[in-house]
Design a protein around this ligand. Structure first.
Ligand SMILES: Nc1ncnc2c1ncn2[C@@H]1O[C@H](COP(=O)(O)OP(=O)(O)OP(=O)(O)O)[C@@H](O)[C@H]1O
Length: 290
């Protein structure tokens, strides 16, 4: 049985070293272990993770590391637990009364479910973009500075700089720079989604979670978001839930296939799409079920 040890580097990032006994590997974890290169670094990590809604066991013993500055796609048929897994990383499941879990969810070397973690602080580090663009009914400018103002940042020059930086990063600046006072709701769906990404970027997170970020968009708007993701991974760690296999194969570096709460297979995306190890994975990525 392959086991791993977490080493903490000077930046607080857990490193994984093979063959040092720290935790038990499940079947799912061996898929994970197989892809781990010695000394790989992970931004996010779950160990012995089990999640329940009431009695319903929705994620089963998930041991998985998510690489820094990469795009990791979570794929699998409806109800397999992808969104639940994604929402663990900014503690969005905490809002669900029946939610309970065991195991660890690490950001760097910190278990984000420790009692001393403030969710507001966590969400500054782990931003989220949802399926449907959800700008506030405010101006473009006010949408972008929203999180900064909550943090008590009100200096105009600081906010102006943040708006330009975030809108440039989200590839929206050239389209809106002369109309920053315009209502966000007057933008197209694709522009609204890029604005939501800008709003997330303005607070300078480490991680961006994306739950089917293009499923409400047309192909051209989707392609812009995909290009943007590839650009953003240079600075951020991105985790995306997608039902779109072409999208997963185009943009992601690593891919995790979930089925009925199990992590069935986890590998670099090219391997998953060209040489899946499990028949179930092959059937899913080739569209035979799902
Ligand atoms: N708020 C909730 N309360 C109770 N059960 C829930 C809740 N949200 C999800 N579930 C259940 O947990 C399981 C996993 O759901 P989840 O939304 O994580 O799956 P998913 O793979 O993201 O699905 P989809 O692709 O349809 O979004 C499903 O059986 C679902 O019915």
């Amino acid at each position: 049985m392959m086991t791993t040890e977490f080493l903490i580097d000077t930046h607080g990032t857990p490193r994984v070293k093979l063959d040092a006994p720290v935790y038990r590997a499940s079947e799912a974890a061996s898929a994970y272990d197989a892809r781990v290169k010695p000394q790989s670094t992970f931004k996010l990590h779950t160990t012995d993770l089990n999640v329940y809604y009431g009695d319903h066991h929705v994620l089963k013993n998930i041991n998985m590391g998510i690489e820094s500055n990469a795009i990791t796609a979570l794929i699998g048929p409806s109800g397999c637990g992808k969104s639940t897994y994604l929402r663990l990383f900014n503690r969005m499941n905490d809002y669900i009364d029946t939610f309970h879990m065991s195991g660890q969810v690490l950001l760097g070397d910190k278990n984000i479910y420790d009692k001393d973690v403030a969710t507001e602080e966590l969400r500054k580090l782990v931003g989220m973009v949802f399926q449907k663009p959800n700008p506030f009914p405010k101006s473009i400018y006010d949408n972008v500075v929203y999180g900064l103002k909550i943090q008590g940042i009100n200096k105009k020059s600081t906010l102006d700089e943040a708006v330009e930086r975030a809108l440039r990063q989200s590839a929206l600046w050239d389209e809106v720079k002369h109309d920053l006072k315009k209502s966000a709701l007057s933008l197209s769906g694709g522009q609204q989604q890029r604005l939501c990404i800008a709003r997330t970027l303005a607070v300078q997170p480490d991680v961006i979670l994306m739950d089917e970020p293009t499923s409400a968009l047309d192909p051209i708007a989707s392609a812009k978001i995909e290009d943007l993701m590839v650009e953003l991974k240079k600075e951020y760690t991105i985790v995306i839930v997608t039902h779109n296999m072409q999208q997963a194969s185009r943009v992601s570096d690593n891919c995790a296939f979930f089925y009925m709460g199990d992590l069935v297979e986890y590998s670099d995306t090219k391997s998953m799409f060209t040489h899946p190890q499990k028949t179930q994975t092959q059937n899913y990525v080739t569209g035979r079920f799902g």
